[in-house]
Every structure is written in structure tokens, then in C-alpha cells.
Write a protein that binds this ligand. Structure first.
Ligand SMILES: [Zn+2]
Length: 254
């Protein structure tokens, strides 16, 4: 059986550990020591590393882990992060401990950003593209690219679990409540997440079905969000891209 668990790194990163038997993969290792410690504790052999995008807090441990374990690496083609053993693009598949992980290109946060979807495990590893209750900042792409990437992810099966790379949930949800204050699914989810954080339990993964109901960055069709933007004088372009851009700009300033 395959299990997935978080390894904490830096102040709020999650490195995802995927294990089956004595073999393991990690996703986006920014720091080597927490990974090496966990592998030793659990008696695991590192078989591979999956990278979603080039940012240092997702790739900083790749070289050390490769040198120490000889594992293979998978990452986006034409990435500033360098050469991986397996460079992958849209529709490619990575074999991860006997399961097939499909590659989805999701540019926006960075241009090289990819996500890995495992349908057998209903698991999506989406780096800094979709967060619980939020989305990544648009550093390299356009907001239209980012929205298209999020639309691609939102078309996955609704039971897909969202393994993103940061614990940003409570801040994201506070913003979500500002743009959609009467959303009941949102307020219910906020209470559940506050309870988890009070007990130091990760809020990640979430489930796509929930994200579609409360995440303002997937809700460009929401009449309530559109009205909030109009009331705040922030809606200049009344299209899905316009709504998404206005929400993203507001969050950047919040
Ligand atoms: Zn990033």
C-alpha cells in the first residue's frame, strides 16, 4: 500500500513523502536534513524525487539527496533548476513506486511549473499552483495563464486530494471570507481548519470538491464574489480572467 505523509521544512513548507514497502519518493525537497532524518527513522530507501518548479524552497535538497542516495529525479523540461534525470512535459507519466503519475503543465506561478496527478491514489501534487483556500502568486506567467492552469486542475475528479507545498491555509481563508462573507461551506471549513491548526495538525491535503466550494481562486463564476469586487470598485473586466485577476491583485495587497 502507498502512503503519503508530510515532512515539515523551513517555516511552512511541506515536502511530501510517498512510501510503499521500504521505498520512498519525495516531492519538492527544499531542505535535505528533515528528509534524511525521516528516511533513517523509517528505514526507507529514497528511490526518486519529483520537482514541480524551480524555486529554491522546492529544489534546494535535490543535489545533496542525489549524492547521498543515488535516486532518480523528475522535473519540468526547460527549467532554470537544471537538468533532471527525467524531464517531463504535459501528458508524460512518471512511474512512482508502481503507480503512474501523470504530468500536467500549470504555468503561472512560474513558467516551468508542473503538477503530478495519480488517479489510482486520487492525489495531486501541485506545488505552489493551487493552495488550500488560495493559489500561488503569479511571478512569471500571466494571470490568464494562472487561471487556465487552475481551471485544468479543477477539472480533475472531485475526490482528488490536493497535496500543495505550503501551510498557508488560515491566511488564505481569512482573505476568502473577505471576498465571499456569506459562503456557508467556507465558514464551516474555516472552523475545521482552525481546530486542526490549534492542534498543530496540517490542513493539507484538502479535497478538490471542497476547494471548488470555498476557494475564491476557483470561483470566478461566483455572483457573490463578482458583487464584492464591484462594491469595492475592483472589477474592471467582467470576464472570468478579469474576476480572477481582480481577486489575485486584491490578495497581493491584503
Ligand atoms: Zn514557488
Amino acid at each position: 500500500m502507498m502512503t503519503i505523509s508530510p515532512i515539515n521544512a523551513f517555516s511552512d513548507n511541506y515536502i511530501w513523502l510517498i512510501e510503499r514497502g521500504q521505498q520512498a519518493f519525495v516531492v519538492d525537497p527544499g531542505e535535505p536534513d528533515p528528509v534524511l532524518t525521516r528516511l533513517a527513522e523509517r528505514g526507507l530507501e529514497l528511490a526518486g524525487i519529483l520537482i514541480t518548479h524551480h524555486h529554491f524552497d522546492h529544489t534546494g535538497a535535490v543535489q545533496v539527496l542525489q549524492e547521498k542516495t543515488g535516486c532518480d529525479t523528475w522535473g519540468p523540461a526547460s527549467s532554470p533548476a537544471g537538468i533532471f534525470d527525467h524531464t517531463v512535459t504535459e501528458g508524460d507519466r512518471a512511474s512512482v513506486l508502481g503507480e503512474s503519475f501523470e504530468v500536467l503543465e500549470v504555468p503561472g506561478h512560474t513558467l516551468d511549473h508542473i503538477a503530478y496527478f495519480c488517479s489510482a491514489q486520487s492525489a495531486l501534487f501541485c506545488g505552489d499552483t493551487l493552495f488550500v483556500g488560495g493559489c500561488g502568486r503569479v511571478f512569471e506567467g500571466t494571470t490568464a495563464q494562472m487561471r487556465a492552469s487552475l481551471e485544468k486542475l479543477s477539472a480533475l475528479p472531485t475526490d482528488t486530494r490536493i497535496y500543495c507545498a505550503h501551510e498557508y491555509t488560515l491566511g488564505n481563508l481569512a482573505f476568502a471570507q473577505m471576498v465571499e462573507p456569506d459562503n456557508v461551506a467556507l465558514s464551516t471549513f474555516v472552523a475545521a481548519c482552525q481546530d486542526k491548526r490549534a492542534r498543530d495538525v496540517p490542513t493539507v491535503p484538502s479535497v478538490l470538491e471542497g476547494e471548488l466550494s470555498y476557494n475564491p481562486f476557483l470561483r470566478w463564476s461566483s455572483a457573490a464574489i463578482r458583487q464584492t469586487l464591484i462594491d469595492a470598485g475592483r472589477l474592471r473586466d467582467d470576464s472570468p480572467d478579469g474576476v480572477f485577476s481582480a481577486v489575485r491583485e486584491w490578495k497581493n495587497q491584503a
